[in-house]
Every structure is written in structure tokens, then in C-alpha cells.
Design a protein around this ligand. Structure first.
Ligand code: SAM
Length: 270
């Protein structure tokens, strides 16, 4: 990763192909047609192209990683237990920014009905191939296709890290609030910005050339945004990185619950 990048730009709008076109498809590497009418910014288009090309290396790196991450397994298990406790077995949850689907598969093993959504068609293809029993769709978490109240829970594991403008973070949190039912559970994981909020540019990931930005979060700021979006933050965990398993950054996890009528509208609570 190199140098600081723009932090507040929304970027030029592009359309995302939600039709599940594969990594080798004709439009996989260009911002192009849309099947669902979703619009993504220029930098989301770069994120999408980057994950399309790094899918093999990323999958190799993470498909088995939960075996080596006891705190992540514990949090996902707590998430599943809380969702099932509130809504019963087979409750529906969304894995937003699901990558190759290993977290979705873990949650499925805990009795949840999981739909994974990812910006990268290649990631979605890979997730479908690895976990044919699960549902995976191409889409952006800043404009979800799901109906209001569709999910009883939603996780975003290291995926809002690519939403580098505050406006995009707020758009995603608004979508989480819209698509999660009242008292539904939200679990978010991000990298901590040791010196506060920061964005870095990456031109290489796991030995593959990419062109995308990563955000490191000020935890207090994110807690404030999650609350402002209409969730009560019930738990937060900060953990050191596991050696030899993952990128050596401090991790932040927020567990929150949707509350009715608390979303921010133009700076005011309703
Ligand atoms: C660091 S990976 C994390 C994948 C997986 N959740 C995990 O824990 O390994 C980030 C994923 O988020 C996806 N992503 C990035 N921006 C997104 C967006 N706006 N909407 C949906 N997915 C997005 C990427 O395509 C990528 O698969």
C-alpha cells in the first residue's frame, strides 16, 4: 500500500453489472452495463476490477482462515445466536461484501439462511462454485436491491473498508438500516486507524497488481455513525492481529442492534 488518497471524493458514477458476469467475461474489467439499475462510483468500479483480478490469490489466503481466528469465530457464533434467539432458526441474514463466501458458509453451519452480496462478479462466481448450496449475488452495499426489512441480521466483514468517503459509509449504513428488520443484528469488522481515520492506496495485493483504496477507521467515529444510522451499539471488540494469518493491523468489531425510528435525517433524529 502506498501514499494517502483522496478521502472525500464521490467520484464519477458507473453502473455495476449485477448479472453475475464472470471474471473472464467481456465486461468484467470495465465499468459497464448494469442489470439491477445500481450505480457505483468510479472508485467502486476500481475496487470491483481489483477484486476481480485478485480473486484467486484472495480465496487461497482466506478460504480456511476462520480455523485460525478464534475471536472471529466467537463473534460470528454470538451473532448467529442473537439472531436465532430473536427470530428463530433459519433467520435470514446478509453477508455484505462476502468475498469468496467462507464467512457466509460458517454462518450457514450455525443455522442461518445466508445471502452473500459482493461488488466483484469474479468473487461471486468463486463463492457460488465453492458453496453451491448458498445464494450469492453481485451488488453494492451502498444501493442494495433487497426490500425493506428483508434481513434479520447483516454482517459486513472487512468490506466497508473500501468505502473511502464519509458519504459512502453513511449510504451503506442507511441501506443496512433499511434492509434489516427492527431488532435485527449488525456485525461490522474493520481495520483500526492507529492515528485516527486514514485512507491508503494499494497498487499490489497478495502479489497481484490492483488499484484501490483501503480505509482505516477511527473506532469512536464509526460507533457514532452506526448509532446515527439507527443502531444501538451493544458490543465492541478491538483485537491485535493474529500472527502469520492475516495482515498485521489492529481489528475493530462492532455488534449493534437496529432500533426503530432512530435514523438520522438531515442531521436530526426522527
Ligand atoms: C477485504 S474483502 C473481505 C471479504 C470477506 N468479507 C472476508 O471477510 O474475507 C472485501 C470484499 O468487499 C467487496 N466489496 C467492496 N466494496 C463493496 C461494495 N460497495 N459492495 C459490496 N461489496 C463490496 C470486495 O469485492 C471484496 O470481496
Amino acid at each position: 500500500m502506498t501514499g494517502p488518497a483522496q478521502h472525500d471524493e464521490e467520484g464519477e458514477a458507473h453502473r455495476v453489472d449485477a448479472g453475475g458476469e464472470g471474471a473472464n467475461g467481456p465486461r468484467a474489467h470495465g465499468a459497464a452495463k448494469i442489470a439491477g439499475g445500481e450505480v457505483i462510483s468510479e472508485h467502486q468500479a476500481r475496487v470491483r476490477r481489483s477484486y476481480d483480478v485478485v480473486t484467486d490469490a484472495y480465496t487461497e489466503r482466506v478460504h480456511d482462515e476462520l480455523r485460525h481466528k478464534p475471536l472471529d469465530r466467537a463473534l460470528l457464533t454470538a451473532f448467529a445466536e442473537q439472531v436465532r434467539g430473536e427470530f428463530g432458526p433459519h433467520a435470514s441474514v446478509c453477508d455484505a461484501g462476502c468475498g469468496p463466501g467462507h464467512v457466509a458458509a460458517f454462518l450457514t453451519g450455525l443455522g442461518l439462511a445466508v445471502t452473500g452480496i459482493d461488488l466483484s462478479p469474479a468473487m461471486v462466481d468463486r463463492a457460488r462454485a465453492l458453496h453451491p448450496e448458498l445464494i450469492f449475488e453481485v451488488g453494492t452495499m451502498t444501493a442494495l436491491e433487497a426490500a425493506d426489512g428483508r434481513w434479520q441480521g447483516l454482517i459486513a466483514f472487512y468490506s466497508i473498508i473500501h468505502l473511502t468517503s464519509d458519504a459512502e459509509i453513511r449510504a451503506a449504513l442507511r441501506e443496512f438500516h433499511r434492509t434489516v428488520v427492527d431488532r435485527g443484528v449488525l456485525l461490522v469488522a474493520v481495520h483500526l486507524g492507529e492515528l485516527g481515520d486514514a485512507t491508503v492506496h494499494a497498487d499490489e495485493m497478495l502479489g497481484v497488481g490492483v488499484d484501490m483504496d483501503f480505509r482505516f477507521f477511527d473506532a469512536e467515529w464509526l460507533v457514532g455513525e452506526v448509532r446515527a444510522a439507527g443502531f444501538e451499539v451493544e458490543a465492541r471488540l478491538v483485537r491485535a492481529p493474529y500472527p502469520d494469518v492475516e495482515v498485521q493491523t489492529t481489528r475493530v468489531y462492532l455488534m449493534a442492534r437496529r432500533v426503530r425510528g432512530k435514523e438520522r435525517v438531515g442531521g436530526m433524529e426522527t
